[in-house]
Design a protein around this ligand. Structure first.
Ligand SMILES: Cc1cc2nc3c(=O)[nH]c(=O)nc-3n(C[C@H](O)[C@H](O)[C@H](O)COP(=O)(O)O)c2cc1C
Length: 197
């Protein structure tokens, strides 16, 4: 009986100690390991400037390289005609040809990827970006701006269209050009100060 108790106590001690070790090694929830030392690209598409402002604010805080996704696209000046054209493009899966180019995508470990919410999803230009570059093995961090609808399918569609990359689930979404919670979010995912690059 005594032997049994001794063995049980030993087993309990091993389980407790090993689980303590696992917990001690675990990063804080959602924090990206080594974010500070990563090569960062902040890529975004912006039609009317809101997402661009957010991208610039992220760049200001995180460092790295800022990249504007530009494409061969032209939209009517009139707002509702513009939104109708965008709707048709999204529904028919248009992938406009990109006219700006990331010089060496391989050098980046982490890519912040920004899009406006268009009809509940990411823009065709951002879809073209995801289709055009080999992002396998990279960490992609979504940020979106919207006009009141919130995230809708934007993050999910980014995940679906990003082949073999790791899209973090803890993305950021903001109304228009408001930066509510942006700094806190960056800190939460591991970017507490300006990076060296
Ligand atoms: C074609 C189009 C579709 C849009 N669809 C939505 C939408 O479904 N939900 C939403 O909340 N906002 C929608 N908006 C508003 C934009 O997401 C919002 O104004 C965004 O901040 C614009 O970003 P930008 O200035 O970087 O282009 C839409 C805007 C446009 C031009």
């Amino acid at each position: 009986m005594n032997k049994f108790l001794e063995i049980s106590a030993l087993v309990c001690a091993v389980v407790i100690l090993s689980s303590y070790k696992i917990l001690a090694q675990m990063p804080a929830e959602n924090k990206l390991a080594d974010a500070k030392n990563a090569n960062v690209l902040i890529a975004y598409y912006s039609y009317s400037g809101n997402t661009k402002e957010v991208a610039q604010a992220i760049h200001e805080k995180v460092g790295g390289d800022l990249f504007e996704i530009k494409a061969k696209d032209s939209y009517p000046e009139e707002y509702s005609a513009m939104t109708e054209q965008a709707k048709k493009e999204i529904e028919s899966g248009v992938r406009p040809e990109l006219t700006s180019n990331v010089a060496d995508i391989a050098q980046y470990d982490i890519i912040f990827l920004g899009s406006p919410n268009w009809w509940g999803t990411i823009t065709p230009q951002v879809s073209s970006f995801l289709q055009s570059y080999d992002l396998s093995g990279k960490t992609v961090i979504p940020f979106i701006t919207h006009g009141g609808g919130g995230v809708q399918n934007t993050f999910a569609d980014m995940i679906a269209q990003c082949k073999n990359c790791n899209v973090v689930s803890d993305g950021w979404a903001g109304y228009g050009n408001r930066m509510t919670g942006l700094s806190g979010w960056l800190e939460r995912i591991g970017f507490s100060g300006k990076a060296s690059n």
